[in-house]
Design a protein around this ligand. Structure first.
Ligand SMILES: *Cc1c(COP(=O)(O)O)cnc(C)c1O
Length: 380
């Protein structure tokens, strides 16, 4: 059997172990230290826009603390893109707040501005203005930044920008992660760069970053003993993990280039196959890191080609592919919460497939992928 081709696997640059070694040599084996500070600095330089970055234990932790910073409390409502990974929505429930899910639009597969406004007006009419809007750049493709921001500004609701999949993406030249009142990054093992597990919160002011770090380190008041006036969390990033992150920052742009090349590979591969469209940006305002390349397979009633039969053909060749994120409003754990929109996200989920997208895939692996596709559509 051939080796497994993964959807997205860790890809080390080379100097990660040196940074980790320095942490051991200086005994900074703790959730603070020079690598944590260094990674934050690297990210601030990379994102630009005078952003401030706090390194945390996960992207999920960053969303949780972001919602706290935006004042979300039990009983509040928070708007959230339905088509996303569950980590976008879970922290709403951690806080005892209620998620209100919104459909996608067809261009970027992200938050639909029309359904967003409809939902906002309806929630206000029902007596509760949503406290925040969680917008996601799925697979590294920026959401409709201007249109979403227009609705958010019109009703005075802050955006929590879930940029977990979009480090290296940008819109009109500005880096993703810097558009929301709060931005979120993830360095989980499958993301474009990894710290094995980790994340970061991006804020517009140093005061807000300090506040996030305060919550992330058990909300210790300024006193010689341990004193607490607020509930705290243990969400800071380890200095060991941050060392991996510093090494990964050196190869981030290279990873973006390689992931984008994988997307081009798929555009070429499926060019002659009418029933498949590769997910790409709508116009030049958008620059995607293409963290994952995704396709939509039009189901054909006259033969057996569809998303699922294609997925199984890849699986039989030991190639990992995965359906798109199952929308949150269709998830058993979330289906009782309000939902606005039609069936855009649902249809994408039914027909969409994520393909191997790693920056470390080889020519030989691309060849194996191409052969599966050719055999599948020729024999069908
Ligand atoms: C990965 C991911 C997260 C969560 O990040 P973790 O670091 O795994 O906690 C949140 N939102 C989206 C859209 C993600 O893809």
């Amino acid at each position: 059997m051939n080796n497994k081709i993964w959807l997205s696997s860790p890809h080390m640059g080379g100097s990660e172990q040196q940074f980790v070694k320095e942490a051991f040599d200086s005994n900074w084996v703790a959730p603070l230290g020079p690598n944590v500070n260094g990674l934050e600095q690297d990210l601030e330089n990379y994102l630009g826009n005078q952003s401030h970055v706090g390194a945390l234990s996960s992207g999920t932790a960053a969303i949780h603390l972001g919602l706290i910073l935006l004042g979300v409390q039990a009983g509040d409502e928070v708007i959230c893109q339905s088509m996303t990974f569950s980590a976008s929505a879970n922290p709403i429930l951690y806080l005892g707040a209620t998620p209100v899910f919104i459909d996608s639009e067809n261009e970027t597969w992200n938050l639909c501005p029309i359904a967003l406004e409809e939902a906002t007006l309806d929630r206000i009419a029902k007596g509760k203005k949503p406290k925040a809007i969680i917008a996601v750049h799925l697979y590294g493709v920026p959401y409709q930044i201007d249109a979403v921001r227009e609705v958010a500004d019109k009703y005075g609701i802050p955006i929590l920008e879930d940029s977990a999949e979009a480090l290296g993406s940008s819109y009109k030249g500005q880096k993703c992660g810097t558009f929301g009142a709060i931005g979120v990054l993830s360095f989980n093992g499958n993301k474009i760069i990894t710290t094995s597990g980790g994340g970061a919160i991006v804020t517009e002011t140093k005061a807000l970053k300090d506040r996030a770090v305060f919550y992330a380190t058990q909300s210790r008041d300024d006193a010689p003993h341990y004193q607490h006036s607020e509930i705290g969390y243990n969400y800071r990033m380890s200095n060991i993990c941050a060392g991996i992150g510093r090494g990964q920052m050196e190869v981030l742009d290279e990873h973006v280039t390689l992931r984008r090349k994988m997307n081009t590979f798929y555009v070429d591969l499926f060019a002659a196959i009418d029933s498949v469209s590769v997910f790409t940006v709508p116009n030049d305002d958008y620059f995607a890191n293409y963290w994952l390349s995704a396709i939509v397979v039009a189901p054909n009633s006259s033969d057996t080609t569809n998303r699922e039969t294609l997925r199984l053909a890849f699986e039989a060749a030991n190639i990992e592919c995965r359906p798109l994120w199952k929308p949150m409003h269709l998830q058993p754990v979330f289906e009782k919460y309000p939902y606005y929109g039609s069936n855009v996200a649902e249809t994408l989920f039914e027909n969409g497939l994520c393909l191997p997208s790693g920056s470390n895939l080889t020519d030989e692996e691309r060849e194996r992928i191409a052969i599966v596709v050719q055999n599948f559509f020729i024999s069908a």
